[in-house]
Design a protein around this ligand. Structure first.
Ligand code: AKG
Ligand code: FE2
Length: 473
């Protein structure tokens, strides 16, 4: 048997095959529709009698003719219904048999592979984008009629993955998810499950990290971490050690207690907190934001697609979808501002507005520090970000930890928790140990709410230690 993908002659034959299949399925649907019509008719008749009787069955049965009819129809009609239902029409059977016969004319797995290879070559040779193909944009022409289905994209993603083109595979999987969300005519008999796509994604993600582990970049890097190279170096180290992947949430070296001392509020309603690090000072609060507040945040905010904000640039590697929003209005925002004060003992004056970030599949926040480290008059005028509070608005199925690679702390998003840490030393110097990153989301989506706290209004409430020991890396 010839390969279908190879020539247009062969493809023409396939068109004929499809013609016949469509004709056959049409006939099958027609036969079933006739059957359905008959059944609907009988149902009407039988319902009519049945409900007439139920209206007032004493009156109904008081009439001997009705009693006779009841017995008669139960004896004959209902028995016939069973017979009719179990009797598969000859035409029906023939249609199924024909579809079965035609299976041997259908393309095989090998044909599909060759077709995938064809598309893949097009992409390689002409530098096309899977995203463009997915929506029917090809070589300058846009035709929604030729858009690929979620299933198509998934098949191409699977092919690219087996062909070791991981970036391309990810692009296809993304396109597949997008089509899944937008599909107007989803396939009822052979539906594509979202979890299948997500699982393949997860496999890909893990494979990537395996590869990163195999390349020992270490040798090429400066032995003594030069300040300028620090970021790069740590980043490499992070990948190599697969910190994101290992869920090595450190058991708390310090201790867990209730915070009942920061403000008057916490004295009445202590917050559950867990200390993660003393340099920089870092704690997690549990159950610190209510379900109702989370719902308000997620339902009221309009997500605008944009790159993750000023503190860190978004990864070039990939980031499926993320969005930031500034929340400046609303009662909940005021309440949450007060909550942050209760947690930190810090004033919210001059701080950035809350920022809501949503990460989709593979979404990440590359290694960064939250401070600006302006070393001129801007610092005295605008202040720097002394501390950060990061609320987790939901759980993440897999991935998405916030990691602090220098101090080996990793925080797994947990709905209702918040992590608080200092970015600056008491001296006002930046603390490089607060370097952090949002790991790529593997499965699920991640919502966080960030408050970057300004140093200036804290002037009189935080201790000033002029000659503090500079505890760098
Ligand atoms: O999403 C995360 O885990 C990190 C977010 C972050 O670093 C920030 O908002 O500054
Ligand atoms: Fe950050």
């Amino acid at each position: 048997k010839n390969s279908y993908a190879a020539s247009s002659e062969e493809l023409l034959k396939l068109l004929e095959v499809e013609d016949k299949l469509v004709e056959n399925l049409n006939g099958y649907v027609e036969t079933l529709r006739k059957k359905l019509n008959i059944l609907e008719q009988s149902l009407k008749t039988m319902n009519f009698e049945h409900y007439k009787m139920k209206d007032d069955y004493e009156a109904y049965l008081g009439n001997p003719v009705n009693s006779f009819r009841l017995i008669h129809r139960l004896h004959t009609d209902w028995g016939k219904w069973h017979q009719y239902g179990s009797n598969i029409h000859k035409d029906e059977l023939e249609r199924i048999e024909k579809a079965h016969q035609m299976r041997k004319l259908l393309p095989t797995a090998l044909d599909l592979k060759q077709a995938c290879r064809g598309i893949d070559d097009l992409i390689s040779f002409y530098d096309l984008k899977p995203d463009d193909l997915a929506v029917g944009f090809l070589a300058g022409y846009s035709d929604p009629e030729t858009a690929l289905s979620a299933h198509d994209c998934f098949a191409l993603g699977d092919f690219s993955m087996n062909d070791r083109k991981d970036d391309r595979a990810k692009a296809w999987l993304n396109a597949s998810l997008k089509q899944l969300n937008e599909e107007k005519l989803p396939h009822k008999i052979n539906p594509l499950k979202k979890t299948s796509v997500l699982n393949t994604w997860a496999v890909l993600q893990m494979k990537n990290q395996e590869l990163a582990h195999d390349h020992h970049h270490f040798g090429k890097l400066p032995k003594k971490a030069d300040r300028n190279f620090l970021s790069l170096w740590i980043y490499e180290e992070m990948i190599t050690k697969r910190k994101c992947r290992d869920h090595f949430r450190q058991p708390s070296r310090l201790h867990c207690r209730y915070n009942s001392s920061t403000t008057a509020f916490t004295r009445i309603a202590p917050l559950k907190m867990e200390e993660l690090s003393s340099d920089p000072y870092m704690v997690i609060y549990h159950d610190v934001i209510y379900e109702s507040e989370i719902n308000w945040l997620l339902n009221t905010s309009e997500f605008t697609l944009s790159q993750v904000g000023s503190a860190g640039t978004r990864s070039d590697i990939r980031s499926a979808k993320d969005s930031t929003i500034t929340l400046s209005k609303g009662r909940v925002v005021g309440t949450l501002g007060q909550r942050v004060t209760d947690m930190t003992g810090l004033s919210m004056e001059m701080s950035d507005e809350f920022s809501l970030i949503n990460y989709g599949l593979g979404g990440q926040y590359v290694l960064h520090t939250d401070y600006h480290n302006h070393m001129n008059e801007m610092r005295w005028r605008d202040g720097d970000r002394i501390a950060t509070v990061l609320f987790y608005l939901g759980d993440v199925e897999s991935g998405g930890d916030t990691i602090f690679p220098i101090i080996d702390v990793s925080v797994t998003p947990k709905k209702g928790s918040a992590v608080f840490w200092y970015n600056l030393h008491n001296t006002g110097d930046m603390n490089i140990r607060a370097l952090h990153s949002g790991c790529p989301v593997i499965v699920g989506s991640k919502y966080v709410l960030t408050k970057w706290i300004n140093e200036l209004p804290q002037m009189f409430s935080t201790p000033c230690m002029k000659n503090a020991v500079y505890s760098d890396v």
